[in-house]
Design a protein around this ligand. Structure first.
Ligand code: HEM
Length: 485
């Protein structure tokens, strides 16, 4: 027998098809509280979409450690070969709205949450090891150039190239974005990178700087511009369909996690600023160390509850893993939880996808909208009446053994001129690694939109390409001529 249809208060509903009306032809009576509840709830079904990375897909799975990392970190999930930790992962595009096509030329978000016994650890990265910027103060301006023009409400190549032409630190990431790796085939066939430098510390109190790399075991595959254009039309949700379908079919996608590890003292002498997000550390300097396998094997039961309301944050750190002085990372440590308090609500960490699954939250924060939420793990939240600390009532206590080793800092508090940094060398190195066909595809893709912008912007971009490699600039100039016919 089917269950009763009920209202939100659990009361059985006799008629869900006909409003309560005075006479056969109406009008409708205000006492039809079921109708009012239904319409009122419907009006509140949407929450603000993420200000960036609005379109995405996600799934649960496991992380299995294949190499003990205790010499670098005391983080619980990185100790003991064979240990398995539950994960949730969300992939995304960046600039488009929640309903935009999956096949856009855009970086892809790659956000991983480890539900560890010492709390949730999030690595909120992209499918590229670098980013367009090295200072978070520039992020809102950059994103405005990726979104719609405030007057035309159209995507705006002039704004995009104008910004990049005035911010040469973007060239490395622009070169990746415009290359044949710029449109991943889907989410399974791409790598993920923590991108920033993070810190690890071990039981002896030694600190290491680390970069996280998730390499796809499905192989890296990408779409050409023509293939992507076709897909956008016939199946704008192709990456969601692919991920969901693969998991339903039992083909769990996997990634191998590698680390690049730099002893703390190397940071001062290494030629590359390790806290500059526009730069990679060549593997010849810091080789990849295999750490474990990430597998996605369980689809969410409710997309909105578990993926739309997932709140990943670089500030979700656990003992043994910390931040670094990277200016972009520092801005992100603030931005995500702040965005989520607005997007989801102050108690967003009580939702099942966001609350710790393997750790018991014990703190003195209380009340607020929707307090007492639905975390099904480890019993109800914050049952204790003690809402202040310290106390003499057996409330939770701080534990100094979890303290991060101190970080030495020096210098004046100031705004340092970013133009003093080196910008184009690694973009040139990447260009020189490309085959002739790849170089031409890069130049053609750039020219398709750079040909639409004003001459001064083009000139500034050509000067940047020339700084990276003279041939890079020549090819783009020729490709622009070819577009103009
Ligand atoms: C999402 C801000 C740089 C990767 C977001 C969100 C904000 C934000 C506010 C939406 C969060 C939410 O509503 O849940 C910023 C700021 C940045 C920055 C201020 C620079 C200072 C980056 C970088 C990366 C990145 C460098 C990658 C290396 C992501 C990802 C998401 C995201 C993957 C989506 C997470 C998810 O799937 O829910 N960002 N971001 N962001 N950002 Fe950033």
């Amino acid at each position: 027998m089917t269950q009763h249809l009920t209202a939100q208060n659990g009361a059985p509903i006799a008629d869900d098809q006909n409003s309560l009306t005075a006479g056969r032809r109406g009008p409708v009576g205000l006492q039809d509280w079921h109708l009012i509840e239904k319409l009122a709830h419907f009006n509140r079904e949407r929450i603000p979409e993420r200000v960036v990375h609005a379109k995405g897909s996600g799934a649960y799975g496991t992380f299995t450690l294949t190499q003990d990392l205790s010499r670098y970190t005391l983080a619980e999930h990185f100790n003991e070969v064979g240990k398995q930790t539950e994960v949730v992962v969300r992939f995304s595009t960046v600039g488009g709205e929640a309903g935009s096509a999956d096949a856009e030329r855009d970086p892809r978000g790659f956000a991983v949450r480890f539900y560890t016994k010492n709390g949730n650890h999030d690595i909120v990265g992209n499918n590229t090891p670098v980013f367009f910027l090295r200072d978070g103060i520039k992020f809102p301006d950059f994103i405005h150039t990726q979104k719609r023009n405030p007057i035309t409400n159209l995507k705006d190549p002039q704004a995009m190239w104008d910004f990049w032409s005035l911010n040469p630190e973007a060239l490395h990431q622009v070169t990746i974005l415009m290359s044949d790796r710029g449109i991943p085939l889907n989410y399974r066939h791409m790598n993920g990178y923590g991108s920033h430098t993070f810190s690890l510390w071990n039981k002896q109190g030694e600190r290491f700087w680390v970069k996280f790399h998730f390499k796809t075991q499905q192989g890296v595959r990408n779409l050409s511009n023509a293939e992507a254009d076709t897909l956008k039309g016939i199946d704008p949700d192709h990456a969601q369909r692919d991920l969901y379908g693969a998991i339903e079919d039992g083909q769990a996608p996997k990634w191998t996690l590698y680390l690049q590890v730099m002893p703390e003292r190397d940071a001062d002498s290494y030629g590359i600023n390790p806290f500059d997000l526009t730069k990679v550390w060549p593997h010849s300097d810091y080789p990849l160390i295999e750490a474990g396998v990430l597998e996605l094997n369980r689809n969410p039961q409710n997309y909105f509850n578990e993926i739309e309301q997932a709140a990943f944050a670089p500030s979700n750190l656990v003992p043994g893993v910390g931040a670094s002085p990277d200016k972009m990372l520092q801005a992100r440590l603030f931005a995500y939880a702040d965005a989520q308090r607005y997007r989801i609500g102050g108690n967003y960490n009580q939702l099942p996808v966001n609350c710790p699954h393997a750790a018991q939250p014990n703190h003195y924060q209380r009340a607020g909208a929707m307090a007492g939420g639905g975390c099904p793990y480890h019993g109800a939240q914050q049952e204790s009446g003690v809402n202040y600390g310290p106390n003499t009532q057996q409330g939770p206590e701080q534990k100094p053994q979890y303290a991060e080793p101190p970080l030495a800092v020096e210098g004046n508090l100031d705004r340092f001129d970013r133009f003093e940094e080196e910008n184009v060398e690694q973009a040139g190195n990447l260009y020189r690694l490309m085959s002739d066909t790849q170089r031409q595809a890069l130049a053609d893709t750039i020219a398709a939109t750079l040909s639409q912008v004003t001459a001064p912007v083009q000139q500034r971009m050509l000067a940047q390409f020339a700084g990276a490699d003279a041939e890079y600039a020549e090819r783009v100039a020729q490709a622009i001529e070819a577009v103009r016919g």
